[in-house]
Design a protein around this ligand. Structure first.
Ligand SMILES: Cc1cc2nc3c(=O)[nH]c(=O)nc-3n(C[C@H](O)[C@H](O)[C@H](O)COP(=O)(O)OP(=O)(O)OC[C@H]3O[C@@H](n4cnc5c(N)ncnc54)[C@H](O)[C@@H]3O)c2cc1C
Length: 544
């Protein structure tokens, strides 16, 4: 039986008058940053400063309800959202969707504090693919011990694949709690030939089954809760909320700390080493502001390039999705809800040959004002299209320009169309006959002919919130690589990036568990190799 033991003594500042020089400064207290702060501060000889742009809540009972858990019973979801906890970016999705909202978490816990708590591991093929791209230490076999270390799987405690003592509790909806649309979804999928998949975190699991989540006892177990709360009493760990890093402090291609803004006041935080954990948008943004990135583009907006790393901000990957929405006669979809409404998923290739997995989640709409219903979204888990980000200005407060460029590769479009058709087939299946009242989206006119259906996809395709690969890990011979296998930035000493941005390719699953795994694995390298430098001097530009 999982027992969570809360340590909520709050963050501690170093004693008054002590230097603001640290061994390690970590920028961003999200999924990765909180893990690293907790693991590195286990060594009492290492002082760690964790800098976070958003607010810090010291105790579980201080957390806003929408951060602590999900509440599907009162006011509309949109109104309940506390937008001050989000970075609100926009991106071009396709030419038919130029201003797609792109939320990211902005608080201690980062995106793990606002996410959908789906807790899936990458597949064996995903991670072996990372190794094949020139990162031999990142195969499935190398990563599995860290997936085990970070979790307590409440359903598979004695399995060889799972952890029984990690900080993140993982569980699945028990069959007796499945909602009627979930039961119908399961029946439809199995009738159509899907295998039963009781554990999607077993290697290579496919078929239909319950989604593993890190939602436990009505609490979203963010990295802030699972990792940081127990570490807060340590005197060698300082957490600075509401503090925005605006630039790196660099001398002779060596990181010396970060410049931050707190209450409108600029300050230098000095450190022997800087770890950027600002996320797949925040980390490349900070690198570029500091002169590390595509040299010509930086020069064009008045930033003196320090290291020409063309891969910074490039190769944006995500899981684009479209959602079919259905009316239901079943009164219980939300009224009978005892936990999360997204309970089951289907992992399938949807008729495509061997191009990767496509995952479909079944969920009920979160907004009570939309009436009763259920949703069958289709997510493209192996998109080939890549997007990009670039700076609009050298001013750190100006958000970067994001172009996600979804479905620009024709095979992506074909796959998503197959998946959307499968979602319609499932929703129309006789298993839903007793509870389906009609299809709300796509509308009859969207379905009038192939062209209308394709137009609906291009207009409604949206972010799966799994932005990654913007500072990719790779060998020195890969001109697009930004960091080496240990997250060390090429051409700058004592600077690492450790977050979703360093993934060599986007795995075919939601990202949170894999970001935690990356942070756990690289935290482990500190006991073995405390220095941080990955040089590729030919890309270094003279400092003027
Ligand atoms: C709405 C939403 C739903 C999602 N649902 C799921 C899901 O169900 N399952 C799943 O596995 N994944 C999900 N994800 C994705 C997953 O949560 C993220 O991929 C993961 O949390 C990213 O971790 P990270 O450490 O890279 O970045 P983040 O967790 O985003 O952390 C970055 C942190 O850096 C801070 N920061 C950025 N810039 C600065 C700066 N200049 N100065 C100081 N601090 C800064 C940010 O405020 C933030 O706290 C979701 C994401 C979102 C946004």
């Amino acid at each position: 039986m999982w027992v969570r033991c809360w340590r909520a003594n709050g963050s501690r500042s170093l004693p008054a008058g002590s230097s603001s020089h640290y061994n390690t400064v970590i920028v961003g207290a999200g999924s990765a940053g909180a893990v690293l702060a907790a693991r590195l501060s286990e060594d009492p000889a290492r002082s760690v400063c964790l800098v976070e742009a958003g607010p810090d809540y010291l105790h579980l009972d201080e957390l806003p309800p929408t951060v602590r858990g999900f509440d599907f019973t009162d006011r509309p979801y949109a109104a309940r959202k506390t937008l001050s906890h989000e970075w609100q970016y926009t991106a071009r999705a396709t030419d038919r969707n130029l201003n797609m909202p792109v939320p990211r978490g902005r608080m201690v816990g980062g995106s793990s504090s606002i996410n959908g708590v789906v807790f899936l591991r990458a597949l064996r093929s995903d991670l072996d693919g990372w190794a094949a791209l020139g990162n031999p230490g990142w195969s499935y076999a190398d990563c599995l011990p860290y997936y085990r270390k970070l979790e307590t799987d409440c359903d598979f405690l004695s399995s060889e694949w799972h952890g029984a003592a990690g900080p993140v509790p993982v569980s699945r909806a028990a069959r007796e709690n499945w909602l009627p649309p979930s039961e119908a979804f399961y029946a439809a999928c199995t009738t159509l030939g899907a295998l039963e998949a009781p554990d999607f975190n077993a290697p290579d699991a496919r078929g239909v089954g319950p989604i593993p989540t890190n939602y436990h006892n009505d609490i979203r177990h963010s990295s802030a809760i699972a990792y940081l709360m127990p570490a807060r009493p340590r005197s060698n760990l300082e957490v600075r909320g509401n503090t925005v890093a605006t630039s790196l402090r660099l001398e002779d291609h060596r990181a010396r700390g970060v410049q931050v803004l707190h209450d409108g006041q600029a300050e230098d935080v000095e450190a022997d080493e800087v770890i950027l954990c600002a996320g797949a948008i925040g980390s490349p943004h900070l690198l570029m502001l500091s002169g590390i990135g595509p040299a010509a583009a930086l020069q064009a907006i008045g930033i003196q390039p320090l290291v020409d790393l063309p891969g910074v901000g490039q190769h944006v990957r995500d899981h684009p999705f479209v959602a079919t929405l259905w009316e239901t006669t079943e009164p219980g979809a939300r009224d009978r809800l005892t936990g999360l409404p997204w309970q089951l998923m289907l992992r399938t290739r949807a008729g495509q040959p061997d191009d990767g997995w496509l995952t479909m989640l079944m969920s009920t709409p979160r907004d009570p004002n939309r009436g009763r219903g259920f949703m069958i979204p289709s997510s493209l888990m192996y998109a080939r299209s890549t997007g990009s980000m670039k700076l609009a200005s050298a001013d750190p407060s100006v958000t970067p320009v994001l172009d996600f460029n979804y479905l620009s590769d024709p095979s992506d479009f074909e796959h998503l169309r197959s998946l959307a058709r499968l979602a319609l087939e499932i929703g129309h299946h006789s298993a839903f006959d007793g509870i389906r009242a009609g299809l709300r989206q796509p509308t009859p006119s969207d379905l009038a002919d192939d062209a209308s259906f394709e137009e609906w996809i291009m207009r409604t395709v949206s972010t799966g919130h799994h932005i990654s690969c913007t500072c990719r890990m790779g060998p020195p011979t890969d001109a697009t690589a930004v960091v080496d296998q240990a997250g060390r930035v090429y051409g700058v000493e004592n600077l690492r990036v450790i977050d979703a941005s360093i993934m060599p390719d986007c795995p075919s699953v939601n990202l949170n568990a894999t970001v935690l795994m990356i942070a756990e694995k690289l935290a482990d390298t500190y006991s073995k190799s405390p220095t941080a430098s990955a040089t590729r001097s030919m890309r270094s530009m003279p400092v003027k």
